[in-house]
Ligand binder design. Sequence first.
Ligand code: FES
Length: 628
Amino acid sequence: MATLVKIVFNPMDEVIEVERGTILLDAIRQAGINIRSICGGEGECGTCKVLLNKGEVSDVSTKYTKWLSPQEISEGYRLACQTRVLSDCELTIPVESRIARPKILISTEMTIDRLDPASKKYLLTLSPARSDEHRLIRLRGYQGPSPKVSDDIYDTLLLMREPVTAILSETNTPPEIIDVELGDRTSSNYGLAIDVGTTTIVALLIDLTSGKILGKASALNNQITYGETLISRIGFSRKVENGLQKLKQAVVQTINDLVSRLVSSAGIENEEITSVSAGGNTVMNHLLAGVDVDYLWYVDANDKVPRSPVIKKAEEMGLQINPEAYVYCLPNVSRFLGGDAIGDVVASGMYDSDETSLLVDMGTNGEIIFGNKDWLVSCSVASGPAFEGAGVRFGMRAMRGAIEHVKIDPDSFEAGYTVIGNKRARGICGSGVIDAAAEMFRVGVLDFRGKIVEGRTSLVRKGRDGLEYVIAPAGKTAIGRDVVITQRDMDYLMDSKAAALGGILVLMRKFDLSIYDVKNFYLAGAFGAYTDLRNATKLGIFPEFPNAKICPIGNGSLSGAYATLLSVKKRDHANAIAKNMLYVDLLSDVMFSETYSESIYIPGPKELFPSYNRAHIQVKKTCHNGYA
Ligand code: FES
């Protein structure tokens, strides 16, 4: 018989019993504690640190030494994913390992010209039966093609007395009566627009008769403890028994929790929600629908990704709304360019304009799309997690305690900064890392190769990962240690920056575009909303676009879901955009290795940074004249 051991988790005071020998990360997940685990438990990220206060655990694994200093190991720090529990234990989950609620972007600025949702309600009349024929169904005010009616609904109808309300879905062709209700219920019809993010899920409850947003709710995606990146989630589904099922249940559970919050605050019933539109990346769309993601593990999967939208009934998906409601997932294009990016395009309107635009959604994976009403070309880049604050020694998501903006005094070299929630700093998020790098470059603490410069200030010192620059001294932080930017962090960031700029440059060269052609620069997602664009351009993440209007579009995935919930026409547009968009696979493109190499310097190729180069030449001339 298995021996059970008891684990106490502090400071949350959670207690759980597990079998002796259980991996600590699994025990933490079972206890329902959200702990960071970027790599999904492979021992490759160092984010799942815990502190052993009492009890016996397995020996220190070799993977520890990469992520924990000898001092941390002697203090009792362990990696939860590499540790087995051997006796009753007491552990602390340190503040830097906990997942707090990140800053969540809810953009609802999108407006719909004509309200035409895929789900509508009509009063129904049945004309009397003639001999052996079915009675004729008429929907008052409806002028479209004859709707499909299932035998079950028809039989139910025969037992009902008018007035009867029919719920008509135009999600498929021909339209279909998906449910009937007794009485006139035409004025209460509701839908959900959902952004199914890898980290967070945001849902809007919409009145489908008016287009009004009745409520917003958001939560961390419950999948987060199975790995924070898409690759770690695919890995989890491949290697863990029933992994796909667990991931599906986790995302569905998160959405169902949001639904209960939304319906209870709006005072409606779950069954009154009759339509859903969801924007998620390719992996999230698959997991929500319970479709196997195994093939997405392989680099040649792009051509195998279906470009048509996934459409399923709510009951089949496990959503607790009207079981007959259709769930429409915005269509995917490739492995790493999914329905969320199509939502961005719909939200921006670039597909409908004569002007050439660039749309960028930069996260762990970056999506880059150029085009106008006649053509759209795209690529995705593994921009790495540095833009989201991950993979960086003191990196964290944009949540309370994260340094989000940095300014460095050029005389003292001391950093001034702002922290989310006005708390003491716990770490630094993506926008903070970009600001810090741009500022370090400006004051000469970082050179054009992205290398930290020694000797200019005592705030630069030798550390575990080479040189490091102290942003926040221990006395001012919440973790009792200095928050630093290390050379390894900068190498990560330079890699992400070169991938982003290199990807943009590949499309520009292939399609003969210059920086002067771009008239609108749409920035989607948290990166666009919170990052200082001037610093991102100074660093060379993006080129200068002298003729472009800069347009942050917020959560484009959510806006796209909102638009396609309320307009069948927008749904048709989204489907056509995904079908016709040209996708360039950078992994197999030789030009990308060239553009990447050209972009690994700050800011990057001369033709992309005319004003930087003009200023630089000016400085050189001034210096030259000064010495003459
Ligand atoms: S090292 Fe443990 S989850 Fe990554």
